[in-house]
Every structure is written in C-alpha cells, then in structure tokens.
Design a binder for this molecule. Structure first.
Ligand SMILES: [Ca+2]
Ligand SMILES: [Ca+2]
Length: 95
C-alpha cells in the first residue's frame, strides 16, 4: 500500500516536471528565434532581406517558405512563426 503511494507520487512529480520542461523549452526556442533574427538583421531594418538571409544556408533554402506574405523580406513575425513551427512539432501553428 505504501509502495503504491510512493509510485504515484513519483509519477506525478515526473509528469509535472516534464510539463515545466516543455514550457521552458518553448520559451527558450522563442527567445533564441528573436536572438537569431536580430543577429541576421544586420542593418536593423526589422526585416531579413535576401542579402542578409544569405548568411544562413538554411534560411536561403527556405526563404520563399519563410516569407509568408511573399514581399521579398522576412519580418520578425514570419521568422518566429517559421522557427515555432519547426521546433514545436505536432502543435497547431499559431496564426
Ligand atoms: Ca535587414
Ligand atoms: Ca515577408
């Protein structure tokens, strides 16, 4: 009987820990997307233009996909959305 309680307590602790960890990871992913964005936006225009995207092979390859509104430059929102979608697999994309 006592062992069952211990098992339950450990299970609950593990469950709440993993919830905290994923929330932290999501927060971290969001923060790092912003950090990377401002590093890539070298002229601080608020957009990553094609010349700036050339700094990242990944971004160059994905440019047209990341540029959701197809205006030829990537806004912070577009970049965060792209990073959010690629890191939070299985979760519905935020609009
Ligand atoms: Ca720029
Ligand atoms: Ca755009």
């Amino acid at each position: 009987m006592k062992a069952a309680y211990v098992f339950l307590a450990v299970g609950l602790a593990a469950a709440s820990t993993s919830t905290l960890v994923s929330a932290e990871a999501a927060k971290k992913a969001e923060a790092s997307a912003e950090t990377v964005f401002s590093a890539l936006d070298q002229d601080s225009s608020g957009y990553i233009e094609t010349a700036e995207a050339a700094q990242s092979k990944e971004l160059t390859e994905q440019f047209t996909m990341v540029d959701a509104d197809q205006d030829g430059k990537i806004s912070a929102d577009e970049y965060t959305l792209y990073k959010g979608e690629s890191t939070a697999a299985g979760e519905p994309a935020k609009q």
